[in-house]
Write a protein that binds this ligand. Structure first.
Ligand code: 7TS
Length: 423
């Protein structure tokens, strides 16, 4: 084994950098120095996906150049190397979210597959006619549809916790909806459309008191704030690697071991069994029983490297940096004529969603693009929350760890141009 590989394999949890220096870390993202339509790229679409540092890209390349083999199969050297790296990355994900043991980490394609896994493997056997699943009004479609389809199939009811005008869950309504009929509470930690940070710990405590399990959609929280699943107390937590500076097509489902143990896999095939005869199959141990087929090996390894990168920066410092930008951005955008923020919760992460009096969100997005500013315009795969505000779409600037106040200033200047064009 090469020295480089040995050192990566045995990497301890990385040490924090002495300081969080945004100008220095921007150099880790060469794409941020490129131009769009002749203007420097200002990347403010981090809720859709984040850019990748070279260490992550190198990990993908290193895998194919020197480590490529299938995992958990061969006794040959390469297969063992690949398996070690793959399982090492799992352990790193465990540390990142402070799960108790690494078998509570199941690799999935992303948050969407993670939520579907819970719906199929936990929800289907546990829901019956008259049972209830509680979700909030601000869920992404990935945390609505699996429950809606399951409730239809089982004769169960999908109940929706209302939100207020600021975009906060109305906790009194949650208390009112919660009952012994509630079997599952599935809530987003940070809303992709509004930026609201939900009081997940309180929701978990209340849901557990009536015997419900809690599924947290962490797609937008894990990249931006420290996560401690044991402190939150949730039963399941879903994440997408590509939103946290890792590759696409990989993510995780965290599940408490006792829950995972009791569940039946919903995908079956290779690698998830201990023995198969035509009469009977014995499933593999956790977490492998939920990982049918050849997994996204290089994606898992590279996500582990992305998490190393984040741990070196320190998620507390990432959160503080983005919070400062959010406060600055909120102030600056409120100064833009005819702009109205959508989502003004007291507890917010780095999402600036807004509409403008004079221009449709798609036109806003188009003009911003001409200024080199990448944002998303649309319903953000959260149509019910758009309906809540009587909107079809918003324009959304979403922050990442490499953004700066200068990025916000360019955004504001481009928005003034929108006003000029539509005046
Ligand atoms: N949950 C939330 C809260 C999300 O924001 C997203 C993706 C998902 C689940 C699904 O993640 P996936 O990686 O499985 O697709 N959100 C967005 C967005 O806001 N813009 O593009 C994708």
């Amino acid at each position: 084994m090469s020295a480089a590989l040995a050192s990566r394999k045995l990497n301890p949890v990385p040490e924090r950098l002495p300081v969080f220096d945004v100008e220095a870390l921007r150099k880790d993202f060469p794409i941020l120095s490129t131009s769009v339509h002749g203007k420097p790229l200002i990347y403010l679409d981090n809720a859709a996906t984040t850019q990748k540092p070279p260490v992550v890209i190198d990990a993908l390349r290193d895998y194919y150049e020197g480590q490529n083999a299938n995992v958990h199969r061969g006794v040959h050297h390469l297969s063992q190397v690949a398996t070690d790296l793959y399982e090492h990355a799992r352990e790193r994900m465990r540390a990142f979210i402070n799960a108790a043991v690494s078998c509570e980490i199941v690799w999935t394609r992303g948050a969407t597959e993670a939520l579907n896994l819970v719906a199929h493997s936990y929800g289907r056997p546990h829901l019956g006619p008259g049972d209830e699943v509680l979700i909030s009004h601000m869920e992404h479609h990935s945390n609505i549809l699996p429950w809606q389809l399951l409730c239809e199939e089982k004769g169960a009811h999908l109940r929706v916790i209302p939100i207020n005008d600021q975009g906060e869950i109305i906790m009194e309504e949650f208390d009112r909806l919660l009952s012994e009929r509630t079997k599952i509470v599935a809530v987003v930690h940070v809303s992709n459309a509004l930026g609201t940070i939900n009081p997940v710990k309180e929701i978990v405590a209340k849901a557990h008191a009536v015997g419900a399990v809690v599924v947290v959609d962490g797609a937008q929280s894990a990249p931006h704030t420290p996560i401690d699943v044991r402190d939150l107390g949730c039963d399941f937590f879903a994440m997408s690697g590509h939103k946290m500076y890792g590759p696409t097509g990989i993510g995780i489902l965290y599940g408490r071991a006792d829950k995972f143990e009791s569940m039946i896999p919903y995908q079956s095939g290779g690698d998830m069994i201990l023995s198969v005869t035509f009469e009977k199959t014995v499933f593999n141990y956790l977490p492998h029983k939920f990982e049918a087929g050849t997994p996204h090996i290089e994606g898992a390894i590279a996500l582990g490297v992305a998490v190393d990168y984040l741990m070196r920066l320190g998620m507390d410092r990432v959160a503080a940096h983005e919070h400062e930008l959010l406060e600055y951005g909120t102030k600056v955008l409120q100064g833009v004529d005819g702009l109205r923020m959508v989502g003004t919760a007291r507890e917010k992460a780095g999402v600036l969603s807004f509409v403008m009096d004079k221009a449709h969100p798609h036109d806003v997005g188009q003009i911003l693009d001409e200024h080199g500013v990448a944002v998303r315009s649309g319903h953000h795969c959260a149509q019910p929350v758009m309906q809540r505000y009587g909107l079809a779409a918003t324009t959304r600037a979403s922050l990442g760890l490499y953004n700066t106040k200068a990025d916000i200033d360019v955004l504001a200047t481009a928005l003034e141009d929108v006003n000029r064009i539509f005046s």
